[in-house]
Design a protein around this ligand. Structure first.
Ligand code: MN
Length: 764
């Protein structure tokens, strides 16, 4: 995925300072025993250099040393609130970035990030000594520091996060800013309480979500826990204490499940790594709020992580986990098949361990894990002296950086974010509702997908959309960043064509449900009409036998269910209306009365009128896919594309003829029903073609080969030889429509030895 180091051990991909204690029970981001990370330790230049050297042996450490000297001099004499020399802060920020294994440019910038704002140093100087790129990054961090959340014109956190993303020319600027905030949070105890709360709130609103959006779990978790501690100290202590009291129990559960997993996994998945941990405090707190639970009622405090070599092993390991402990099925999430919008990939499952305790298990590859921990930062990491990027990734991220540079010229931060998102998540589009909410769709989604995502009825009535104020039709492909306003009409309803336009499974399912219901209704109506007409011939009123329960009894005797099922079965052609007539009309009466003919004609007209009215004057659409009583006449075998006409036949529903068919011309015009082909159906229709050839060896083989090459199936073939040495071969092939038939005809005509090719009308 990202070409990150893979050693088969998780140690390489864990940030050293935040490594997960394999058997330990420290919650992520500081545990009950140590609610705040270790007291500020003095970081020396050599510590940072050693860290960088370990992951980037070829890096130009001189740059870091020079930045150190510059920053140290600039801040000399300044103190932090804690009383320590100010420069301990830039050093700590550089150290956090070294833990993220960032490139030396970022580390150099970290060492100088506060110089322009807080000291006499100027950007010009930095540009002179370190080059324009570094100066630009320092400038970026300085500008971000001047952004004031409190005075932001729009007080919405989301807008402010966008502004921050928009202002940075280089994503690394944001990474430096996140590390800066992380260290400030670690040392927040030295601030006044009012300031503590404000900074903690801002961290929770702005910086933790940015870390999350950039996919850097390690920073996100730490920022959340620290902010939580200052915003809700009592809750924090309560949870920490509760966890502390159950420490032995958790420790046992983690150790036991870890041993069991290693024992089962190791033989089949060399290079797998299993670690256990407690969930982080803020995530426990959020779950308590969400589910209105007390801390003692939160059952899944323990999480186990399995790292394996490849995707196949992820699913293999999942099988092992589920064979050891029963899973809670609704908690299973496959983020490998469907990654989160941040690119996060993993399998999540929750299982019930021995004794009833729950364990959340995350399974992913080492690479996915590195991406989960470092997120976007992973793209600037070194691998043996080089950036850990493939050429494609370099291209992608060069483009991203360019986008970030353009961003400065884009006054609207939303527009900026739109550009970034388009690039990072190319297979998805996101659009805004009129209220400004964001919705994600697979690429190619249309207004229909959007409408159905909001409400089924909105989908059913959708006639198009206004996209950024411009009217578009149903087939329009939505583009990221567009604002979509669905247009509806009360007379609109779904049609089969819609299935070609909708791409989301939700929309397609809703359309299909509607069409099925509609088709059933049509079939039911047809069945009722057919029965009504048949019964009228014997002077039996369908209305009366329905009302007095006779028909219900007949339906029962015929074992078709209720009366409406009986109509449906007749409409679908699964029940011969004659059987119903037999049950309702005594044998001696089953000779049509004199006036029956006349009545029938009237009844027929009424049926046709009602069928046509239902379709608002439009012809009855036929596509051969619905099982409605539609038959294609054997005499002319019409194909989609042929002009057609329908005739209502006694007890057989609608028979569709070619409009030039001689039999159709002879039929009773009273029974005529306008029909038309549905668009774009894939139903195959049998059609016969007669090929006259010279009687030569190999001709038949050539013909079948030519048809096969067009991927068309032959359902029948008949070969005769005439006395004048000609071969007459009749094929029955299955085609979609006339156009496809013409292709077949043309390719056969082109063959050597073929004299003529003709479509055969009329049965054989
Ligand atoms: Mn700072």
């Amino acid at each position: 995925m990202f070409g990150l180091p893979r050693t088969g051990q998780s140690s390489r991909v864990e940030p050293p300072s935040r490594g997960i204690d394999p058997a330990g029970v420290r919650p992520e981001g500081g545990g009950p025993g140590s609610p705040v990370p270790a007291p500020t330790r003095v970081i020396r230049l050599d510590d940072i250099l050693a860290k960088v050297r370990a992951y980037a042996p070829d890096a130009d450490l001189d740059l870091v040393k020079r930045a150190y000297v510059f920053g140290e001099r600039a801040h000399s004499g300044q103190l932090r609130h804690s009383g320590e020399p100010y420069f301990t802060h830039p050093m700590a920020v550089a150290d956090i970035l070294a833990d993220l294994q960032l490139d030396i440019d970022s580390i150099a910038v970290a060492l100088m990030h506060d110089t322009v704002e807080d000291t006499g140093a100027t950007l010009d100087e930095i540009g002179r000594y370190f080059g324009p790129d570094i100066a630009e990054m320092v400038d970026g961090v300085t500008k971000l520091s001047k952004l004031d959340y409190r005075s932001a014109e729009e007080h919405q956190a989301e807008n402010f996060r966008k502004m921050i993303l928009a202002m940075a020319k280089d994503i690394r600027v944001i990474l430096v800013k996140l590390a800066d905030r992380t260290h400030n949070m670690r040392t927040l105890e030295h601030m006044r309480e009012v300031k503590q709360r404000r900074i903690a709130q801002e961290t929770l609103d702005i910086y933790a979500p940015i870390a999350n959006r950039l996919g850097i779990q390690s920073l996100k978790v730490e920022l959340e826990n620290l902010a939580f501690r200052y915003l809700h100290p009592e809750q924090y202590e309560k949870i920490a204490a509760a966890l502390g009291s159950r420490q032995a129990e958790h420790e046992r559960l983690i150790r036991h499940s870890r041993e069991l997993l290693v024992q089962r996994l190791a033989p089949h998945h060399p290079g797998c790594a299993v670690s256990g941990r407690l969930k982080h405090l803020y995530s426990i707190y959020r779950k308590m709020l969400e589910k209105r639970l007390e801390v003692d009622d939160v059952s899944d405090l323990v999480a186990v992580r399995i790292l394996v070599e490849d995707v196949a092993s992820c699913y293999g390991a999942l099988g092992v986990v589920h064979s050891l402990w029963p899973p809670i099925s609704e908690r299973f999430k496959d983020y490998i098949a469907r990654p989160k919008a941040t690119g996060y990939q993993s399998l999540h499952t929750t299982v019930i361990a021995e004794g009833g305790g729950r364990i959340e298990v995350q399974i992913r590859t080492h690479e996915m894990h590195a991406f989960a921990e470092y997120g976007i930062a992973a793209h600037w990491r070194y691998k043996e002296g080089h950036l850990a990027l493939t050429p494609e990734e370099i291209e992608k991220f060069t483009k991203l950086r360019q986008l970030l540079q353009w961003a400065e010229q884009i006054p609207d931060s939303r527009e900026f974010l739109d550009t970034i998102k388009v690039d990072l998540f190319a297979d998805e589009v996101y659009v805004y509702t009129p209220k400004g909410e964001v919705r994600w769709f697979p690429k190619g989604a249309t207004p229909l997908d959007f409408a159905y995502s909001i409400h089924t009825d909105l989908g059913h009535r959708c006639v198009g959309a206004k996209v950024n104020g411009r009217l578009v039709n149903l087939a329009y492909s939505l583009e990221s960043g567009e604002t979509v306003h669905i247009q509806t009409s009360a007379s609109q309803k779904p049609s089969r064509d819609w299935l070609k336009m909708a791409v989301t499974s939700r929309a397609r399912q809703k359309i299909r449900q509607y069409l099925q219901a509609e088709e059933k209704e049509k079939a039911r109506e047809l069945g009722r009409g057919v029965l009504e007409r048949e019964l009228k011939r014997y002077d039996v009123s369908l209305g009366r036998v329905t009302k007095d329960g006779t028909l219900e009894k007949v339906a029962g005797d015929l074992k078709v269910g209720a009366v409406h099922d009986l109509f449906l079965k007749v409409g679908y052609g699964r029940l011969d209306p004659e059987r119903v007539v037999q049950a309702l009309v005594p044998d001696e009466r089953r000779v049509p009365k004199e006036q029956a003919q006349e009545q029938e004609a009237r009844g027929l007209q009424a049926l046709i009128r009602s069928l046509q009215r239902k379709r608002a004057g439009s012809p009855v659409r036929i596509d051969g896919t619905d099982n409605m009583l539609v038959l294609f006449a054997k005499c002319c075998r019409p194909l989609p594309g042929d002009p057609v006409v329908g005739y209502i036949s006694r007890g057989r529903g609608v028979v569709v003829h070619s409009s030039d068919c001689s039999q159709a011309l002879q039929a009773d015009p009273e029974r005529r029903l306008d029909v038309e082909w549905a668009k774009n159906t894939d139903t195959l229709h049998p059609v016969q073609i007669r090929v006259v050839t010279l009687d030569q060896p190999g001709v038949l083989a050539n013909l079948t080969h030519a048809i096969g090459k067009l991927k068309i199936n032959i359902s029948k073939a008949d070969v005769r030889t005439t006395h004048d040495q000609r071969g007459i071969i009749t094929f029955e092939v299955l085609v979609k429509d006339v156009a496809q038939l013409v292709i077949v005809q043309n390719s056969l005509e082109a063959l050597k030895g073929v004299i003529s090719v003709q479509r055969v009308r009329g049965g054989s």
